[in-house]
Ligand binder design. Structure first.
Ligand SMILES: NS(=O)(=O)c1ccc(Cc2ccc([N+](=O)[O-])cc2)cc1
Ligand SMILES: [Zn+2]
Length: 264
């Protein structure tokens, strides 16, 4: 049976098809601890993250039964560099994780606190000699084949930049449904102006195949969305006629990893 987030097919069962779920030593997400022994360590060498996201003109918005995903057509030129990265990365897609109430939903946590949702911007290393597509990157065993930018969502004012996305959620209510995104979408407008304060660590995909190929960059500043915008996520169905309730994986052991912080 395909994986999901219910009792029968949720994170505690993923090890059956995906042993790395239990044997991996760099699994994601993690709890980002900011004080004490195993806490994030300030690294003054960490530079601001640089994104070049021209407005997307052609994209598909899909409900794949375990999240909603915005995927631009192959020709998109959006790129990522800077921060902890030594290479340029190409944008692949963004998607969300959320809960069915405001006290849960994010995958990463900060000192045990969960946010109501988390936005993931997924990129792949476009300068590697070993692969030349996202799918190849995931299968490459390269420790930094992918870079995912994580942004926490918190409830507050309506987010006008994300409105075109949250207004589309009712159009992809059924799992497997997708729509071609009408008009242009400016992802840059969704993000905070300065991408200077973040945590970064080596991790994995947070869903099967849980490949350990991700350089994670999780930003300290949450993005605000309204209660109505949060409710729109909670009305998206999982393919069994039920809303997706909590498509987030619990935090994984840090093992010998360290987390770096770009801020004091
Ligand atoms: N949540 S996350 O770690 O940012 C994440 C990012 C991207 C993906 C998408 C994906 C990643 C890999 C595969 N695969 O190898 O079959 C299929 C889909 C899955 C999960
Ligand atoms: Zn994700």
């Amino acid at each position: 049976a395909p994986w999901g987030y219910s009792k029968e097919n949720g994170p505690a069962t993923w090890h059956k098809d995906c042993p790395i779920a239990n044997t991996g030593v760099r699994q994601s997400p993690i709890d980002l601890i900011t004080t004490g022994q195993t806490c994030a360590k300030y690294d003054s060498n960490l530079k601001p993250v640089i994104v070049s996201y021209p407005a997307f003109s052609e994209a598909t918005f899909l409900n794949n039964g375990h999240s909603v995903q915005f995927q631009p057509s192959a020709g998109n030129l959006s790129e990522l560099s800077g921060g902890p990265l030594t290479k340029k990365y190409k944008f692949e897609q963004f998607h969300f994780h959320w809960g069915n109430n405001d006290s849960e939903g994010s995958e990463h946590r900060v000192n045990g606190k969960m946010y109501p949702a988390e936005l993931h911007l997924v990129h792949w290393n476009s300068e590697s000699p070993n692969f030349s597509s996202f799918q190849e990157a995931v299968g490459s065993n390269d420790p930094h084949a992918l870079c995912v930018l994580g942004f926490f969502l918190k409830v507050g004012a309506e987010n006008a930049s994300l409105k075109p996305i949250t207004d589309l959620l009712s159009k992809v209510k059924n799992a497997g449904s997708s729509v071609s995104f009408p008009g242009k979408f400016d992802l840059k407008a969704v993000l905070p102006e300065t991408l200077t304060d973040y945590y970064t660590y080596d991790g994995s995909l947070t869903t099967p195949p849980l490949a350990e190929c991700v350089k994670w960059i999780v930003f300290k500043e949450p993005i605000e969305v309204s209660t109505a915008q949060m409710e729109a996520f909670r009305a998206v169905d999982d393919g069994h006629g039920k809303p997706i309730t909590g498509n987030y994986r619990p935090p994984c052991p840090l093992h010998t990893r360290t987390v770096a912080a770009s801020f004091k």
